[in-house]
Design a protein. Structure first.
Length: 201
């Protein structure tokens, strides 16, 4: 038997409730998921969903140093910006340096989820299964994600430019370019001083 019928949903103004929940989401993807909420009519399915929500709440309070367990600088609003970047990557596109940094913001929180869901699989079985379905489960996955994050940080500066130290070849070429610019600037100044009188005439 259904837990709730259509008449009860109408009396509860369920669509308005869904919109109110979506309005509290902090990112576009979150709003889209919230707007897709449908009533759960089966008791077993309801208990499973309730258990998952409880486990996720427990996880959130165990990740990171912030008051809600999230990293201090972790703001879900940035998902609005990186969603299109993942779409581009899925089509075989290429990202600029600053865009790579934007995508990389998800790596460390994802690593934390992978590590904790794997470490506490007995206490959080539903979350363990969900994380596994997304490829986010276990210490190996967490370490891989953190390694990618560190490699990106070592390769790109905060503005998304490739660091000189990213490779010896790049550092040498940039030193050569700086030397050439310095010599050209010196020659330009010398020519200007030499022909200053003619230029004034």
């Amino acid at each position: 038997m259904d837990l709730v019928d259509d008449r009860s949903l109408a009396n509860l103004e369920f669509p308005a409730v869904v919109r109110a929940v979506a309005d509290r989401a902090s990112s576009g993807p979150g709003r889209s998921l919230a707007l897709g909420i449908a009533p759960i009519r089966d008791r077993d399915a309801l208990e499973a969903r309730r258990g998952l929500v409880t486990e996720i709440g427990s996880l959130i309070h165990r990740v990171g140093p912030g008051p809600r367990g999230l990293p201090d600088d972790f703001d879900l609003a940035f998902l609005d910006d990186i969603g299109p970047l993942f779409d581009r990557l899925g089509r075989g596109g290429v990202l600029e340096g600053a865009e790579v940094l934007g995508v990389a913001r998800i790596l460390r929180p994802a690593a934390q989820v992978a590590r904790i869901s794997g470490r506490e699989r007995e206490r959080l079985p539903r979350l363990f299964a969900l994380a596994g379905s997304r490829g986010l489960r276990g210490e190996d996955v967490a370490s891989d994600l953190e390694s990618v994050d560190l490699e990106i940080a070592a390769t790109l500066d905060p503005d998304g430019r490739v660091r000189d130290g990213a490779s010896p070849e790049l550092a040498a070429k940039r030193r050569l370019a700086r030397d050439l610019r310095t010599r050209l600037a010196a020659q330009a100044r010398a020519l200007t001083e030499r022909f200053a009188a003619f230029l004034q005439d």
